[in-house]
Ligand binder design. Structure first.
Ligand code: COA
Length: 260
């Protein structure tokens, strides 16, 4: 598969997607969103990629937001469609992907960029990263899930302040408020993401798929997360990974999960 706006490679069981429009600070235009959709689906379906790392190219930005030049002239209907399509194609897809997704935030993560990082299962950041939802400074509000996912991560009061002030926070503050899990230098960012990915890959990826579903269920309206957990817990007992994991423990050896 060849892409114009992103780079995709797979190595040692880790799929890396790099958003690659550095001259536009990796802003998300329509084509980039479509390519990301295709790449995430393809990596999720591949037996090679067990974990996905998402980052931005260049030293300046992860993603500096949705591409403002594409929506500046939109009508009310166009605006609604933009948000709905983007959420469906990319942001909800990433959140609900069965393959773990780690966002490696290597610089500005603003607007749609922070929303994309927040859709990932968790985030690590480089110490130069700056994060914020500046939409109200443009006369619009976050439309790719930011008003929902930011309060889930940092709490309502902090989210309200960030949205209303349209301000940016640095990596250390982002870590302090739970927006990112780890902060490191830019040089060490991908190695850190890969180290975490390798740790994840030692475990049962089937069980992890179930765990992602169960954790996400906590944030879905009308869904009882405890019920989802019970179902997913039960499903594990029918997997080869469960047999291998428990047998290996009892035989005092390391599990070799078939991933089924
Ligand atoms: N949409 C479209 N283009 C964008 C963009 C976005 N969200 N963010 C940056 N760019 C473009 C700039 O227009 C500029 O293009 P040009 O060289 O053709 O003029 C290029 O990327 C570099 O950005 P620039 O503003 O010159 O870099 P900077 O270092 O001075 O400032 C930012 C960096 C991130 C502070 C600034 O680019 C910015 O505020 N971007 C918009 C952030 C935003 O509001 N995002 C939410 C969108 S809903």
């Amino acid at each position: 598969m060849s892409y114009e706006n992103i780079l995709v490679h797979e190595d040692n069981g880790i799929g890396t997607i790099t958003i690659n429009r550095p001259k536009k600070l990796n802003a998300l235009n329509r084509d980039t969103i479509q390519e990301l959709h295709t790449a995430f689906e393809a990596l999720d379906a591949s037996t090679e990629a067990k974990v996905i790392v998402l980052t931005g190219s260049g030293e300046k930005a992860f993603v500096a937001g949705a591409d403002i030049s594409e929506f500046a002239h939109f009508s009310v209907e166009d605006g609604g469609r933009l948000a709905a399509k983007g959420q469906e194609l990319l942001f909800n897809l990433v959140q609900n992907l069965g393959t773990p997704v780690i966002a490696a935030v290597n610089g500005f993560a603003l607007g749609g960029g922070l929303e994309l990082a927040m859709a990932a299962h968790f985030r690590v950041a480089s110490d130069n990263a700056k994060m914020g939802l500046p939409e109200v400074s443009l006369g619009v509000i976050p439309g790719y899930g930011g008003t929902q996912r930011l309060p889930q991560l940092v709490g309502k009061g902090k989210a309200m302040e960030m949205v209303m002030t349209a301000g940016m926070i640095g990596a250390d503050e982002a870590k302090q408020c739970g927006l990112v899990n780890h902060v490191t230098t830019q040089e060490e960012l991908l190695p850190l993401a890969y180290k975490l990915a390798s740790k994840i890959m030692r475990n049962s990826l089937v069980a992890i798929r179930g765990a992602i579903k169960a954790v996400n269920a906590n944030y879905e309206d009308g869904v009882n997360g405890y019920e989802t957990e019970i179902t997913e817990f039960g499903n594990c007992f029918g997997t080869e990974d469960f047999k291998e994991g428990t047998t290996a423990f009892l035989e005092k050896r390391k599990a070799a999960f078939p991933g089924k």
